[in-house]
Design a protein around this ligand. Structure first.
Ligand code: PLP
Length: 385
């Protein structure tokens, strides 16, 4: 699947497309080839397919079909929701609460809102990488309109207490948005407690450039539209629908939910094997975030004195892994997530994220562990020489 036989351990950046998803997309793409907004026969057929997919996704996510807004992915969904709702609820207040370890799609949108008269509180996390509920409650004011806290972290995989956060938000009449990109299709998500959330197809073996925003009906009218054009997707996301992408999203979501329990149990064993092999061979390894309350396929660690850049480059022909979020990989700054755990700059510069997925197998794990340990020892020898 991945060219040049490289072992792919970067599933949190993107998941390779599942061949079954691709096949389904091709069939859908080539079936009518019409715009679902067109009123002729082919257009009506494309519309029926679109609405069937919407219904399928709604059932899988336990929401109403009318609550789904198809988008190009999570970044767009987050922008539509956070900006649209912040401006829509401005009469009530101008305060937003988020966490310091959100994805840049949330943090940059919050920063934009700060430049437009909003006040944003960034809740800190402990060394475990989990949001402190006590600190969160203390930040609530009469003017607070939105709490935006993700479910599973994209760098360290830690899982946030969204049930408790939803309860706090609801008791205070505050909208609770959760970025569930890394959790849906991987772990159980109780969507009934969320006012809004987002999904990205390319994080669950579907196509890149397709996702959705789910907003519960009672909040939709409070969202000020951010993009202007046609009336598709309740006018919140105008533009011609991505019919093959949405078909791929529906198919990949169904497949991920069907295989989730088995897949995650296998992945957990692989992840635990890596941790126990490293324990015996890599002195001083430091794991970032709690190892117990996190996504099955994630580990994030540093080897003191060795930068992640060096490790990634020296193994890049054989193994694909990363230093953290793909969206910030151009920056030379240490990850804001790792820094938020209170880790020193030196150690943060060494943070390596390994993320496993559907196509990971035992041989790959054994080869990865062997080559990684050999490479660390080689680098240590050179450094100490
Ligand atoms: N939120 C999280 C937690 C992510 O991991 C990502 C992608 O890495 C995004 C948002 C952005 O998703 P997309 O690529 O669909 O815009």
């Amino acid at each position: 699947m991945i060219e040049n036989h490289q072992i792919y351990l970067d599933y949190q950046a993107t998941t390779p497309i599942d061949p079954a998803v691709l096949q389904h997309m091709i069939e859908r793409w080539t079936s009518y080839g019409a715009n679902p907004s067109s009123k002729h026969y082919a257009g009506r057929k494309a519309y029926e397919d679109l609405e069937q997919d919407r219904l399928k996704i709604a059932r899988l996510l336990n929401v109403k079909p009318s609550e789904l807004i198809f988008t190009s992915g999570a970044t767009e969904s987050i922008n539509i929701l956070l900006k649209g709702l912040a401006f829509g609820l401005k009469q009530k207040g101008n305060h937003i609460i988020t966490s310091s370890i959100e994805h840049k799609a949330v943090l940059e949108t919050c920063s934009y809102l700060e430049n437009h008269g909003f006040d944003v509180s960034y809740i800190k996390v402990g060394t475990d990488g989990v949001v402190d509920l006590f600190k969160l409650e203390k930040e609530i004011r009469a003017e607070t309109t939105i709490i935006a806290i993700h479910h599973a972290n994209n760098e360290i995989g830690t899982i946030q207490p969204i049930d408790e956060i939803a309860k706090i938000a609801s008791e205070n009449g505050i909208h609770f948005f959760s970025d569930t990109v890394q959790s849906i299709g991987k772990i159980e998500v109780n969507t009934s407690i969320l006012d809004s959330f987002c999904v990205s197809a390319h994080k669950m073996y579907g196509p890149m450039g397709c996702g959705l925003l789910c907003v519960k009906d009672r909040w939709v009218n409070s969202i000020v539209r951010q993009t202007h054009g046609g009336s598709q997707e309740r006018s919140l996301r105008p533009g011609t629908h991505n019919i093959p992408g949405i078909a791929g999203l529906a198919f990949s979501l169904a497949l991920s939910m069907e295989t989730m329990n088995y897949e995650q149990s296998v992945i957990t064993k692989f992840r635990d094997n890596i941790v126990s092999s490293f324990k015996n061979s890599l002195d001083g390894i430091v794991y970032h975030g709690t190892l117990s309350n996190r996504l099955p396929g994630n580990i994030n660690f540093s080897i003191p004195g060795i930068s992640s850049e060096l490790l990634i480059k020296s193994l890049s022909d054989e193994i694909a892994f990363s230093a953290g979020s793909a969206c910030t990989s151009d920056s030379n700054q240490p990850s804001h997530v790792i820094k938020a755990l209170g880790v020193s700059n030196d150690l943060a510069n060494g943070a390596v994220r390994i993320s496993l997925g559907r196509f990971t197998n035992k041989n790959q794990i054994e080869t990865f562990v062997k080559r990684f340990i050999e490479k660390v020892n080689e680098i240590k020898e050179i450094i100490n020489f």
